[in-house]
Design a protein around this ligand. Structure first.
Ligand SMILES: Cc1cc2nc3c(=O)[nH]c(=O)nc-3n(C[C@H](O)[C@H](O)[C@H](O)COP(=O)(O)O)c2cc1C
Length: 209
């Protein structure tokens, strides 16, 4: 019996030469766009829902759902700006007003901004933190690819503020949660050449070679 006879059509994964070509084009086309080059419009409500749904297609050992995403709407960006400035002062009490203003400004860039959070500890002890982190990475990549397919630019941003008390308090993170990165989405204002991808020989070997 062929595979197509065994699996009902509605359950069959997309496969075949079209799916292969689309997927390769999607993977090749996805590249980081920094928030300063992301402008309005961001994804609309239906596109946001599709991007969030894409996350749920990630592998998740034990179905722990160890990750979550918190949107920072435009009318709450001032609070994020305040947390960025407070985070800077936590690690450098002598930071100048200019440096604080630069830290604040970063909160306002991307039209659609999410914080990725992962529960790396607690819960099922058989699923270690590294597996949860991998699941979060898969979920985030799914979101970036869906956004790319919908015609939007995206990029991840991190930085020392992620581990600050100011940021943890603003997002009311639980003790067993960590902020992984921000996910920025929007319309690409200026298309730039991407970084060349490494050749697979740089990260692949065969046991015995
Ligand atoms: C967890 C994580 C955090 C990142 N944080 C930043 C960041 O703060 N600033 C930045 O310019 N790029 C950041 N990046 C994006 C990488 O720099 C980017 O993926 C890399 O340059 C490759 O570019 P590409 O995504 O276009 O292939 C981050 C990537 C990851 C996975």
């Amino acid at each position: 019996m062929s595979t197509s006879q065994k699996i009902p059509a509605q359950d069959r994964p997309a496969s075949g030469s079209d799916a292969l070509q689309w997927t390769q084009a999607l993977l090749d086309g996805r590249r980081t766009t920094l928030p300063k080059r992301l402008q309005s419009p961001g994804p609309d409500a239906a596109q946001q829902a599709a991007i969030l749904t894409a996350a749920a297609a990630a592998p998740d050992h034990g179905q722990l759902l160890p990750w979550r995403f918190i949107e920072i709407p435009q009318d709450r960006r001032a609070e994020l700006a305040q947390a960025f400035a407070a985070a800077l002062l936590e690690r450098d009490p002598d930071a100048s007003t200019d440096e604080q203003a630069q830290a604040r400004e970063k909160a306002y860039r991307a039209p659609w901004l999410l914080l990725a959070v992962c529960r790396l500890r607690g819960g099922d002890p058989d699923i270690p933190g590294q597996e949860r982190l991998l699941s979060a990475g898969c979920a985030i990549q799914n979101m970036l690819l869906l956004a790319s397919a919908a015609g939007y630019g995206s990029g991840l941003t991190s930085g020392k503020a992620l581990t600050s008390q100011a940021l943890r308090q603003l997002f009311a993170l639980h003790d067993d949660e960590d902020a992984l990165c921000f996910i920025n989405f929007g319309t690409v204002s200026e298309v730039r050449r991407g970084k060349p991808r490494p050749d697979s020989s740089a990260y692949f070997s065969r046991l015995g070679d």
